[in-house]
Design a protein around this ligand. Structure first.
Ligand code: JFZ
Length: 436
């Protein structure tokens, strides 16, 4: 698997990000540009909303079947009640688009084994086993096409708590034949998802468990044989994915070359849980996005629609706020490269970059931006929001250190965050190490 211990190059204060260019390929260029996507965890568990027969789950809500030991025959009966009349794919995709997200990842099948699309392989799916009777994946397909977002699918390839031969964490696999599950359900369902829903941006595999390298490779090859441009997530197992997924909600401390993504929640659960109140503030989410992009990653932020098909209002509001930030400062997010380590702690914000551009994300209401040990030659500086030119003073301090000072005109100061673009003569930011 991937190792999160930083490689030597990441400590390099001036470099550490040039190498990524070499890895650029056509398949992944949309994803590298995108930076921000929407995860949708939605399934039968939304009906339980974190509680079953008076018992509340302490864990993430989509694990309730496992955690509260609900027998498959009992859990599957939830399908009889699944009728999310307020689900509107256009509304969900529009929320993602307005948030500035460029791709959507639907849980086509989570560990509970229930398909959120019309599967011919198993009748245990949203179109056939529920009064709702609609194909959620197809509706999202159309909405994504209309609104210009990439559609992607999450697929739990090893864990399947419904199939008698599927794996379940901490449950002995005695008598199970994993090969039979792969042949009967997993492989045919992945094939369906890749043949019947148009171009898929990526398949988000998850929890490989004890899958062998050959089995992971087989699924990887399966995806590429049907859609060569479809990416495969790191959780396919054995380091075979096209990019690395960090642990959920874990953000690498340092810039990290290569392709990676932080899957994250807005609250404390993926699937809908009506008791969860661990909401992150919009400011914290914006900070996470900027932080992740400055270190070279993508942010895959989750919504968990409820049993009526609607995302919690708090999620919607948070996403709107991020969208507002991106409408002002998106140029400093989309398509950015990892920024070399700036040697000082700047509590008020983060730096992102592209060739010949440095973006200064000012996340707090400060009177001036002062950066020490920056050796670039600035061409000009402006606010992304309205293009207003800013006065940048470059000077060598009395101690001999390089520095930039940019005053923030009172009229342009916004508590919600501002992004400054500085055109520089050099290709990359040049941060000088702290003097001995
Ligand atoms: C998995 C799922 O079990 C969970 O329900 C959700 O879908 C999430 C996105 O992915 O949970 C994980 C998997 C891997 C790690 C953490 C949570 N990890 O590597 O740290």
């Amino acid at each position: 698997m991937y190792c999160l211990i930083p490689k030597k190059s990441e400590y390099d204060l001036t470099g550490g990000c040039g190498a990524v260019d070499v890895l650029h390929s056509k398949t992944q260029s949309w994803w590298r540009e995108a930076k921000f996507g929407m995860f949708i965890h939605w399934g039968l568990y939304a009906l339980l909303a974190g509680e079953y027969r008076g018992l509340r789950t302490e864990n993430i809500a989509e694990w309730i079947m496992h955690d509260l030991r609900i027998p498959p025959r009992e859990y599957e009966r939830l399908a009889e009640r699944f009728n999310p009349a307020r689900f509107d794919a256009n509304r969900v995709v529009s929320l993602a688009r307005r948030a500035g997200m460029r791709y959507v990842v639907l849980t086509a099948k989570h560990h509970d084994g229930f398909a959120m699309y019309h599967s011919q392989v198993s009748g245990y799916n949203v179109a056939e086993a529920t009064p709702f009777g609609r194909d959620v994946a197809m509706e999202l397909r159309r909405a994504c096409d209309e609104q210009g977002l990439k559609l992607c699918f999450y697929y739990s390839q090893a864990q399947d708590w419904h199939d008698p031969d599927g794996i379940e964490e901490n449950v002995p696999a005695t008598g199970k034949n994993f090969r039979r599950y792969l042949d009967r359900k997993c492989v045919p369902q992945i094939s369906e998802l890749l043949t019947r829903y148009g171009d898929i941006g990526l398949i988000w595999f998850d929890t490989p468990m004890d899958m062998t390298r050959e089995q992971s490779q087989e699924l990887y090859d399966l995806v590429k044989s049907i859609q060569p441009d479809c990416m495969v997530s790191g959780r396919i197992g054995h380091g075979l994915g096209d990019y690395m997924s960090t642990g959920d909600n874990f953000i690498p401390l340092l810039p990290r070359p290569g392709d990676w993504e932080v899957p994250a929640t807005i609250n404390g659960t993926w699937g809908y849980n009506r008791f969860d109140a661990r909401w992150k503030s919009p400011e914290a989410l914006i900070r996470n996005l900027v932080k992740i992009v400055s270190r070279g990653g993508n942010y895959l932020l989750n919504i968990g629609p409820d049993a009526m098909g609607e995302a919690p209002e708090r999620s919607e509001r948070a996403l709107e706020a991020i969208g507002e930030y991106l409408r002002r400062g998106g140029e400093g997010i989309y398509g950015c490269d990892p920024t070399p380590v700036y040697p000082y702690d700047i509590p008020w914000g983060y730096l992102t970059c592209k060739p010949r551009r440095l973006y200064i994300h000012v996340l707090e209401d400060i009177e001036e931006v002062y950066l020490l040990n920056i050796a670039n030659e600035p061409v000009w500086a402006c606010l992304l929001a309205d293009g207003a030119e800013l006065d940048l003073v470059r000077r060598t301090t009395c101690e001999g250190d390089s520095s930039w000072r940019i005053r923030m005109p009172r009229s342009e100061r916004r508590p919600a965050g501002q992004v400054i673009r500085v055109e520089i003569r050099e290709e990359r930011p040049i941060f000088e190490p702290i003097r001995d």
